[in-house]
Design a protein around this ligand. Structure first.
Ligand SMILES: Nc1ncnc2c1ncn2[C@@H]1O[C@H](COP(=O)(O)OP(=O)(O)OP(=O)(O)O)[C@@H](O)[C@H]1O
Length: 316
């Protein structure tokens, strides 16, 4: 399959000396939805910024549509859209004016039919004469997408498209994004939400501390994400995990006073395994006085994932 974007050895060290990108290699396939998943500060926004010209990279190459972006910047950048996290335009402007302006930024002639098409597709046509400050949070996000679509990009970046929005709006955004993909746009989105990556993406890349750690088909990666966590408070401290429990993904914590399970696949397998673990503990005579179950945070999932065989795979 053809790659629409190829990034090799990309680095970025900010003026203060902080290295946000430590040699990123990544290839994006034409037509896919690719989710870049990572914790706060992992480098997601910096990576997008480097491709879109908002951040000047240190070293490395970026090829888009088969050509070097360093050499053919203006023509290639025009084919890329960016939906940033927040609106940075004049809030007194109307929806129509701000979307028209975005098109003009790329040196494109006004195209009323095109802009109408974009606004209608995002259910913004009726709001076209309203000023941005009068819009709800959800509508403002749609305006951001409309601005990015006004110049008809073939490759679209969405930086945390659903951060802080309610569940209903999130589902609505997911539908909008899927519709764009169906129209042939390649989409790269960043997110903190595992469910978002799971729901939307064909492939998922995990970025941590400025490096791409894993790139996999969504289904494959989700099967490796241990999302269930159970903390067994032990009746008495243990020096090591008993042999009878060795088959379970467990570790000792709190000076041997707690047995911690991290595993599962997000499809209920974790809970069943915790039940089996509890039974095995009873059979092995390991006393416990309480069980606390919760969903693992993204950070904790990374720890288990990067320790597992799936985490040893080649990035790219
Ligand atoms: N202009 C800047 N100057 C100095 N450091 C910066 C600058 N921009 C970002 N950083 C730092 O670089 C790191 C990566 O930031 P970046 O915004 O790319 O992460 P992110 O993965 O997008 O995080 P988030 O999920 O919080 O948006 C962070 O530690 C951040 O503080």
């Amino acid at each position: 399959m053809q790659n629409i974007l190829e990034i090799e050895g990309l680095t970025k060290t900010y003026a203060g000396g902080f290295t946000a990108l430590a040699g990123v290699d990544l290839a994006i396939r034409k037509g896919e939805i690719f989710a870049l998943l990572g914790p706060n500060g992992a480098g997601k926004t910096t990576l997008i910024g480097a491709v879109c010209g908002l951040v000047r990279p240190g070293s490395g190459t970026i090829r888009a549509f088969g050509e070097d972006m360093g050499r053919h910047w203006r023509t290639l950048r025009r084919r890329i859209g960016l939906v940033p996290q927040e609106l940075s335009t004049d809030m007194f402007e109307t929806v129509l004016a701000t979307v028209n302006y975005s098109r003009g930024l790329f040196g494109l002639a006004p195209d009323a039919a095109k802009v109408e098409d974009v606004l209608r597709a995002l259910s913004l046509w009726d709001k076209r004469h309203e000023s941005l400050r009068a819009l709800s949070g959800g509508m403002k996000r749609r305006v951001l997408i409309a601005k990015a679509l006004a110049h008809d990009p073939e490759l679209l970046f969405l930086d945390e498209p659903t951060a802080g929005v309610d569940v209903e709006l999130r589902r609505d955004m997911w539908r909008q994004i899927a519709a764009l993909r169906d129209r042939g746009t390649t989409i790269i989105l960043t997110t903190h939400y595992i469910e978002e990556a799971e729901e939307m993406a064909d492939r998922v890349g995990i970025i941590q501390a400025g490096t791409i750690r894993v790139v996999e088909e969504t289904r494959t990666i989700m099967a490796h994400l241990g999302r269930t966590e159970a903390h067994f408070t032990l009746g008495y401290p243990l020096a090591e995990v008993p042999e009878a429990l060795a088959a379970f993904p467990v570790q000792l914590a709190e000076d041997g006073r707690e047995l911690v399970y991290r595993g599962g696949d997000g499809a209920g397998q974790g809970k069943a395994q915790v039940a089996a673990l509890a039974k095995a503990m009873v059979l092995a005579g390991v006393e416990f006085t309480a069980i606390n179950m919760r969903e693992s945070s993204l950070e904790e999932i990374f720890v288990t994932l990067l320790d597992s065989p799936a985490g040893q795979g080649e990035a790219a």
